[in-house]
Design a protein around this ligand. Structure first.
Ligand code: ZN
Length: 134
């Protein structure tokens, strides 16, 4: 049985990080649709099945190139969001002593000491300067 399954899965995508994410979302949607079966659940149940079908399609897919590109895209997005979360947490812990600005020209995050009034802020990355209240 195990050997049969292994032979069936040979050359197929199997489970990757993106599939695990899809399954987690699907499980959450399934729980929500079970709890609110009379309300929003009626609209969620078809979505749960579509997501499940998509997850299985990806798992059994032989187009490894496309599936791995999707997975890479998902991992890239996830890492971006995790990094953004770390930055926001860092800014939150420093909020008493520093104020954070975004450079209008290069979008870099700039940190200035708080309580200095209106100051000229010079971006260290691109040299652009602008005024802000610290
Ligand atoms: Zn800049």
């Amino acid at each position: 049985m195990k050997e049969k399954m292994m032979r069936f899965m040979a050359g197929r995508n199997g489970n990757d990080e993106f599939n695990r994410f899809l399954l987690t979302v699907d499980l959450i949607l399934l729980l929500i649709s079970a709890v609110f079966s009379r309300g929003v659940g009626r609209f969620l149940t078809p979505l749960v099945f579509v997501l499940l079908a998509l997850t299985y399609y990806r798992m059994f897919s032989r187009d490894l190139y496309r599936r791995s590109a999707e997975n890479a895209k998902y991992l890239h997005k996830r890492n971006q969001m995790l990094a953004r979360g770390r930055v926001l947490r860092e800014q939150w812990t420093q909020r008493r002593d520093y104020k954070f600005f975004t450079c209008p020209s290069c979008k870099a995050t700039l940190r200035v000491p708080k309580g200095r009034g209106r100051i000229k802020i010079v971006c260290r990355k691109c040299g652009n300067s602008f005024t802000g209240k610290s």
